[in-house]
Design a protein around this ligand. Structure first.
Ligand code: HPA
Length: 291
């Protein structure tokens, strides 16, 4: 069997184990990035499974990192959460990073919510702002879809005209307005890391049209779009990088600022989730089935 037939088989085995453990059948999944960790406390958790217990699943190499699936309900919506994610800079392959996303698709997930901490490039942004991701640029130099396509997973050349669902973006905008939360918007540039950008790279990324830069998300989104999932992405702007008066970005500041904005992001998602859930069930956000 070739490597890609093997991938399909691995996904099936992983699906069997996670599916038989799960007590809910969620359609929405959330990846708890920096700033969203507290979701695990906000949701009513029905069960957990360590990544290590899921066959063929990548596992977290950093001991302090929890790596597990949680399922339960949040804001009245059944949800699957990933606590701990995989970054290319840790040495995971693009296929490793994509594995959980493909697994989610097999489990019946139709909407994926991603959060991350990102460096602001748009000079109007302030540390602590939330940014709705409207589009991305993949500057990692790689792609999870490289290699023979597994037609069962998705198409050879997936369309990328709407990687971040416009309907989900609209829901996030409306709920932000209703709740009085300032929601910036912009383009996320995904880089490999782990070194931070130089001033020259920062200037380049801004000139290229990016509003924020980070080291996660794009592999996951590409795999999600390939698998037919709808995506909502929100960045917490943990720092703002100005190439002409460039300053170091201490990791503690990134974590502190992102965590401080976590509750804001949680509030926004909590308000938006019932409407997101309708989209996940194939209904329009006013509850009607689209004609
Ligand atoms: N650059 C890249 N990744 C990041 C940054 C940054 O400035 N801040 C948080 N993640």
């Amino acid at each position: 069997m070739d490597a890609f037939g093997l991938l399909a088989e691995h996904l099936e085995e992983a699906q069997r184990v996670l599916e038989s453990a799960m007590t809910v059948r969620p359609r929405c999944a959330v990846i708890l990035g920096t700033g969203l960790g507290a979701v695990a406390d906000a949701m009513t958790v029905h069960g957990r499974l360590d990544y290590a217990a899921v066959p063929h699943h990548p596992v977290s190499t950093v001991e302090s990192h929890q790596g597990r699936y949680l399922w339960g309900t949040w804001a009245g919506v059944d949800i699957l959460a990933m606590q701990g994610r995989f970054h290319l800079y840790e040495g995971y392959s693009p296929q490793d990073v994509a594995f959980p996303i493909r697994l989610m698709a097999r489990l019946g997930i139709t909407v994926l919510i991603l959060s991350n901490a990102a460096g602001g490039l748009n000079p109007l942004f302030r540390p602590g702002d939330l940014m709705l991701i409207t589009d991305h640029m993949n500057f990692t130099g790689t792609n999870p879809l490289v290699g023979p396509n597994v037609d069962l997973l998705g198409p050879r050349f997936p369309d990328m005209s709407e990687p971040y669902s416009r309907r989900l973006q609209e829901i996030a905008r409306q709920e932000a307005l209703r709740t009085g939360i300032l929601l910036r918007e912009g383009v996320y540039a995904g880089v490999l890391g782990p070194s931070m950008e130089t001033a020259a790279e920062t200037r380049f990324l801004r000139a290229a049209g990016a509003d924020a830069v980070g080291m996660s998300t794009v592999m996951e989104v590409i795999a999600a779009v390939h698998a037919g999932l709808k995506v909502l992405g929100i960045s917490v702007i943990s720092n703002v990088n100005r190439p002409d008066c460039y300053e170091p970005v201490p990791l503690e500041q990134v974590i502190r600022t992102a965590s401080a904005s976590g509750p804001l992001l949680m509030t926004l998602l909590e308000r938006a989730l019932p409407k997101i859930s309708l989209i996940a069930q194939g209904k329009s956000s006013d509850g009607k089935n689209p004609v």
